[in-house]
Design a protein around this ligand. Structure first.
Ligand code: FES
Length: 56
């Protein structure tokens, strides 16, 4: 499932970044060489990161 339409970032990419230690959507996107544009995905990306870190 696509999390960020602007950057075509998928849920699995965000989870992978969270497991690699990136704590915020901005950091996670930066690790992929991308950055938030419209910002619409940020709350959802934050939730995904939080859930991934909680289950780590
Ligand atoms: S959907 Fe992620 S920045 Fe627009």
């Amino acid at each position: 499932m696509v999390v960020c339409v602007c950057n075509a970032i998928r849920e699995k990419d965000v989870r992978q970044a969270a497991r690699a230690g990136y704590e915020s959507p901005c950091q996670a996107y930066a690790s992929m060489g991308r950055r938030a544009r419209c910002g619409q995905c940020v709350p959802f990306a934050r939730e995904i990161i939080a859930s991934e870190r909680a289950s780590a």
